[in-house]
Design a protein around this ligand. Sequence first.
Ligand code: MTE
Length: 347
Amino acid sequence: SPVLKVNMSEPFNAETPAPLLTDHYTTPTDIFYIRNHLPVPEVDPNDYVLEVSGEGLVPTRLTLDDLKTKFEQRTVVATLQCTGNRRSELQAIKPIKGLAWSVGAIGNAEWRGVQLRDVLLYAGLKDLDFDGHVHFEGLDRNSATGECYGASVPARTVLDSHGDCLLAYAMNGEDLTRDHGYPLRVVVPGITGARNVKWLSKVRTSKEEYGGFWQQRDYKSFPPSVDWDTVDFSKAPAIQETPVQSAICSPQDGSALPAGVGSVTLRGYAYSGGGRGIIRVDVSADGGKTWHEASLREGVGQDPYRAWAWVLWDANVPLPVAGTPREMDGGCEQQRVELCCRAVDRS
Ligand code: MTE
């Protein structure tokens, strides 16, 4: 898409320009962010087979046709957010490695597929309280090391009785595009983007967590005292559910408002991991001294504990009139305004 903001061309990584995010409750596929670690594989749907095996399972091979005919088809609207979304804001405070995502490494889509829970039961799983891990491997490979992209999630997120974790073949009513994992990807609602493996080739149940690079040595959170030379990756768990957050999509950071306006309209999104519904968003035009409640426009009315999708909000906020710092910039007198938002979720 010519609209996406490219953060890296090979492998291809691009995000949605912030103001476009709030135009649609479900993000159109052609402007949905793309996050690839490795070259995008080309998969012939006729040769495609998903291998399902591991702890408590009978090794099972399923074609796309098997998936579409042997199981109930489900649709789930869920937000997918890259684990590195908004890293540029962290990088503005202290240098850290990783792509400099702004607020657009997130999108909301309608996913269609089959319940992974059903597939595991079909493959012989008896213990619905199995508290191990479910591993996923993709068909994309690092040509130097031979390693494929892989990740795992706690089995309980897959085995939950609602069965919202999908093996998805469609996004927004159409077959997945190559960039988004054609022909099959896993969508684990409420869990950080990195675990939603694309071009899925293997599903495996295990007592152990997945041992691959992106599960063990990336996508973890450390205190500010730790840096790349001192980090011990075994000291932190892999990020799974993500915390509550909200972002202002318009106006954009650093933009100018017309002189003399008395108020500004803010638009943005709010999302929390683990299905925890957003109950409120507050905004401020004075750096957080006073707060106004935003209107939640879309995404309201979700099940409060299975709120897999974001909320889009807007708010018209009065601008502070006097007593704020003024500065000269290129001969113009400017008044600096600090806009903030914060969201509150069920927890
Ligand atoms: N799956 C494979 N096979 N390879 C990848 O590089 N990237 C992961 C995840 N699944 C990735 C993958 C990351 S970090 C994210 S944020 C999401 O896919 C991005 O999904 P999208 O490109 O469809 O937006």
